[in-house]
Ligand binder design. Structure first.
Ligand SMILES: Cc1cc2nc3c(=O)[nH]c(=O)nc-3n(C[C@H](O)[C@H](O)[C@H](O)COP(=O)(O)O)c2cc1C
Length: 208
């Protein structure tokens, strides 16, 4: 908990799909949650490369409210250095209820699979696994090598949810934001939060 707020960790690493991360962050903040954010060096580059300078880490909160609306101010956010292994979320004693790594690079996936804990993303993920809390890993790569597939199995066996960046098309998305909404909704569900980011399946395509 951060004050009265429930805390959730989000890590952004250097796999394609920055918009999945920003939509997830906005949705968590809109719920009034406290977000413990870690961005790897390549995650920082990803934000700028895919969403522009306005989405650089230092400007992320204004970027989120500009793109997704001022409701994001219901929540709060702490940005941690990925080099700070003394951060609160590096310890199981910190009451962070879950963590999403979105998007998750194959490098970070490998590190989580093997419990390396070399930086804060890897350590916070390791804490989630050892404390049996929710860890949602959103990998993005195609095609995948056998080591990458095996690393996903290792993470799943350790208790993580593997939630690939694979938006569906049966909701008839019209924009990139529709695709991002779908992925963010899946991530929120996996973290145990209700949402209305995509319409419930009604049994037929387009049946809204
Ligand atoms: C433009 C660009 C796109 C990339 N896309 C991916 C990707 O989709 N998936 C992936 O696993 N790695 C991707 N990479 C490689 C990772 O960023 C790289 O392995 C990096 O070391 C990951 O480090 P991190 O996990 O600490 O962020 C990409 C790199 C660049 C520069």
């Amino acid at each position: 908990m951060a004050g009265d707020r429930q805390a959730v960790a989000v890590a952004i690493t250097g796999a394609s799909g920055a918009v999945y991360a920003t939509r997830t962050l906005a949705a968590l903040l809109e719920r009034g949650l406290h977000v413990e954010l870690i961005v790897s060096d390549y995650g920082r580059r990803l934000l700028r490369d895919e969403l522009g300078e306005a989405a650089s880490v230092e400007r992320l909160v204004p970027f989120l409210s500009g793109r997704y609306g001022t409701a994001v101010s219901a929540g709060s956010l702490t940005l941690h250095s990925n080099r700070d292994l003394g951060a609160t979320i590096a310890s199981g004693s910190h009451g962070c209820s879950g963590m999403a790594i979105v998007p998750c690079s194959m490098k970070t996936l490998a590190a989580v699979a093997h419990g390396l804990s070399r930086n804060l993303v890897e350590r916070a993920a390791d804490v989630m696994l050892k404390e049996k809390r929710r860890l949602v890993i959103v990998p993005r790569e195609t095609p995948m090598s056998l080591p990458q597939l095996r690393n996903m199995v290792l993470c799943a066996e350790a208790g993580a949810m593997i939630l690939p960046a694979m938006p569906a098309f049966y909701q008839q998305p019209r924009t990139l934001d529709d695709l991002a909404d779908f992925m963010a909704g899946k991530i929120l569900s996996a973290l145990g939060f209700e949402h209305t980011l995509y319409p419930e399946w009604t049994g037929q395509v387009g049946g809204r």
